[in-house]
Design a binder for this molecule. Structure first.
Ligand SMILES: C[S@@+](CC[C@H](N)C(=O)[O-])C[C@H]1O[C@@H](n2cnc3c(N)ncnc32)[C@H](O)[C@@H]1O
Length: 309
């Protein structure tokens, strides 16, 4: 049967006109159409079948549910038929009740989404949320970084350096372990990160030209330095004027086993220690805060300190 005849036939029924009008602005499931029109499932399905056959209505699967809607790309004759159908539905006695019920169903949809968030309000950061991860947040924050040159001092194998290299102009990763440097460099090569360079060297005297980088990072590295104040002064030296230092470390703790378990030389630092070393090195705009506390014993706390050259 030609499409025009199919469309005319599809619109020659009051229920189908009602359905077209209901689908005019949003997709609905069979169940929602049932609730709005107070008709049985098989009746609704039969009418939807005819409307789909005419090409006026399309369906889309989302998980186990199917949503029906008008063809968003309908033009020419199809668009005319849709307009006709919507206008025709307005003449039916059920029209105003349909619109009221539609509004109710749409409100309920919105509320269902809110019910969950109201339920988790106040502990949202502690419940699982699909796709919410610190790794994701990290990538989001990275996008805010301008194309700077970074020194990652005490870089390890480059967990952070690799992330930074995807965004920054250049990353120089410095570590004093030959094995770690070789491993990190091989990994960077494998990941085609040409702007990430690993160098063997010490935190206290990194093999980096003075005044050549925009950002110096010491992530869980300073507590390994023999002389932390010297390492902070070295970071200052390699920064350009206006450059920033960021230090992530542990707040002073008493977990002696950290020396043997993690090779730590210092059991974290007091905020005042970091402040003093930053100031002595010549940094200004110093900011220091505790940014995280672990739930498990011994409840390590992470401190973030920063300053500007
Ligand atoms: C706990 S890891 C931190 C790695 C990385 N920054 C991170 O946050 O994932 C400490 C790293 O510092 C390196 N390290 C220790 N003492 C150092 C020193 N004096 N100079 C340079 N690197 C050092 C170690 O080899 C190790 O890779």
């Amino acid at each position: 049967m030609p499409l025009t005849l199919k469309s005319l036939r599809a619109l020659s029924d009051a229920t189908r006109l009602r359905i077209v009008a209901l689908l005019e602005k949003q997709e609905l499931s069979v169940h929602e159409l049932q609730e709005i029109t107070r008709m049985g499932q098989s009746r609704i399905s039969t009418h939807l079948g005819l409307l789909q056959d005419s090409g006026l209505v399309r369906s889309r699967r989302e998980g186990k549910r199917t949503f029906y809607g008008l063809d968003p790309e309908a033009d020419g004759a199809a668009a005319d038929f849709i307009r006709l159908g919507v206008r025709g539905a307005g003449e039916l006695p059920e029209h105003s009740a349909d619109q009221i019920n539609l509004k109710r169903i749409l409100n309920r949809r919105r509320e269902q989404a809110q019910v969950y968030f109201n339920h988790v309000a106040g502990r949202f950061d502690r419940v699982y949320g699909p796709g919410r991860s610190w790794q994701g947040f990290g990538h989001l924050l990275l996008r805010m970084l301008p194309p700077v040159v970074v020194a990652d001092l005490g870089s390890g194998e480059g967990l952070l350096s690799e992330l930074l290299a995807r965004r920054c102009r250049k990353v120089i990763a410095v570590d004093n372990s030959e094995k770690i440097v070789a491993f990190g460099a091989a990994k960077a090569k494998k990941n085609h990160l040409k702007n990430l360079e690993f160098r063997l060297g010490d935190l206290q005297d990194p093999p980096i030209e003075p005044a050549s980088v925009d950002l110096a990072i010491l992530s869980q590295a300073l507590h390994h330095a023999e002389d932390p104040a010297k390492a902070v002064a070295a970071a200052h030296r390699l920064l350009r004027p206006g450059g920033q230092v960021l230090i992530l470390d542990l707040l002073r703790h008493n977990f002696q086993k950290a020396r043997e378990l993690y090779g730590d030389r210092w059991l974290g630092f007091a905020e005042s220690d970091l402040h003093r070393w930053l100031e002595e090195a010549g940094f200004r705009k110093i900011e220091i805060s505790v940014v995280a506390r672990e739930e498990e014993e011994p409840h390590f706390e992470t401190i973030l300190a920063g300053g500007q050259k």
